[in-house]
Design a binder for this molecule. Structure first.
Ligand code: ATP
Ligand code: MG
Length: 363
């Protein structure tokens, strides 16, 4: 089997554009979310060889099927049945970083139903996702963006994805205000235009942005604003005039084709007033999804996704100790799985699990 692979030249553009589609504003940002270093990520994106394991991981992270895009240079390409060390060795439980692949996202069915209801008809309507730290706001934004277009073979059996009648028509734009470049009005507007496949002038001013979006936006577009509080606190360039313009775009000028969904620990109105903003942008969010614990059924589904089934008494213990909070569930499942894989007997893993969740229990 080839120990390294490269992207076939005809797929390089497709792979590069997958960065944006998956919400990564830059190669550097992407590299922060994966095991390989930035230089390996660059090699991968430029069609240079990278280790097989890394190749598979990077494709996965970008929602790409590695078998479709690698350059077949030998008579012995990696067999589709060949074991994939990264996938076999890595835990299905993700702790800490937001869930970006829908396969690993659980629950939130009620919120998803409500949110997609606002997005499946014209005019598209705005929503806010509110929840405490680490509750799963960013993961939910990623899920909204990816679930309707992820190939069924990459999802869990029975995982619902037909939320929208024509998902292929939607443009999803993920804005992470923790990315300092988003503090610059010009860069933010350029990023949004690029994601809309529109020409980006240099410099990109608000007037131009308003003109071009109001006259050319003809398909449903959802702008996901993560950590908007950071944007309001740290970015003086994003002033009331800027937010007023965005409101005007969404409400009057795009034929109902534009919606905003923001994620924040506090309500948009409180956020605005704490940060000295008075723009009416912050009262266009007619629906608020308040994120809390998963339901028990949803939490059980997450626990049952373990490649090695857990004993019933451990499932009960995990449900109780996690209070069905997704991060705590993930950590306790990770610990249990690890102990089973290591062939450990006894309950030491519980002690370790409690130690690991301790920093996150003061929700
Ligand atoms: N729906 C979910 N399914 C499975 N795990 C989840 C889900 N939502 C959250 N998690 C778990 O919780 C962790 C934190 O999720 P996420 O980063 O999305 O939260 P957040 O609310 O955006 O946090 P922060 O306030 O720090 O930005 C993830 O790493 C994952 O372990
Ligand atoms: Mg977050």
């Amino acid at each position: 089997m080839a120990r390294s692979l490269k992207v076939a030249p005809e797929y390089i553009n497709h792979v590069k554009s997958a960065l944006r589609r998956n919400g990564y504003p830059s190669q550097k940002k992407f590299a922060e979310h994966v095991t390989p270093s930035l230089s390996t990520v660059k090699k991968f994106l430029n069609g240079e060889p990278v280790d097989f394991e890394y190749f598979v991981e990077l494709c996965e992270a970008l929602g790409l099927e590695w078998r479709d895009i690698y350059l077949d240079e030998s008579d012995n390409p990696p067999s589709p049945n060949v074991s994939n060390p990264i996938l076999e060795e890595s835990s299905p439980f993700i702790t800490g970083t937001p869930i970006t692949h829908p396969r690993y996202f659980f629950g939130r069915k009620r919120e998803l139903k409500r949110l997609f209801n606002l997005l499946k008809r014209h005019p598209l309507q705005n929503a806010a996702i509110i929840g405490k730290r680490r509750i799963g706001k960013t993961s939910l934004l990623h899920y909204l963006k990816t679930i309707t277009t992820t190939p069924p073979e990459e999802l869990r059996p029975g995982q619902k994805s037909d939320w929208l009648p024509h998902p292929e028509r939607y443009c999803w734009i993920f804005v992470d205000f923790q990315d300092t470049r988003m503090a610059s009005q010009e860069k933010l507007l350029g990023y949004i235009l690029e994601a809309m496949n529109m020409k980006v002038p240099n410099p990109c001013h608000l007037d131009y942005f308003m003109d071009v979006v109001s006259s050319h936006l003809h398909s449903p577009t959802v702008i996901l604003l993560d950590e908007i509080g950071v944007g309001l606190q740290r970015c003086p360039e994003l002033d009331d005039g800027f937010w007023d313009s965005l409101r005007s775009l969404a409400t009057n000028q795009t034929g109902g084709n534009l919606a905003f969904i923001l994620a924040t620990p506090e309500s948009p109105l409180d956020l605005a007033s704490h940060t000295g903003h008075s723009s009416p942008f912050f009262n266009i969010f007619g629906y608020t999804a308040f994120l809390g614990a998963l339901t028990e059924v949803e939490a059980r589904e997450l626990i049952d996704s373990s490649p090695i089934p857990f004993p019933v008494e451990d499932v009960t213990w995990i449900l109780e100790k996690s209070q069905c909070l997704p991060l705590l569930l993930q950590i306790l499942c990770r610990e249990r799985l690890f102990s089973l894989e290591e062939g450990e007997t006894g309950d030491d893993w519980r002690e370790e699990g409690l130690r690991q969740i301790e920093p996150f229990t003061n929700f």
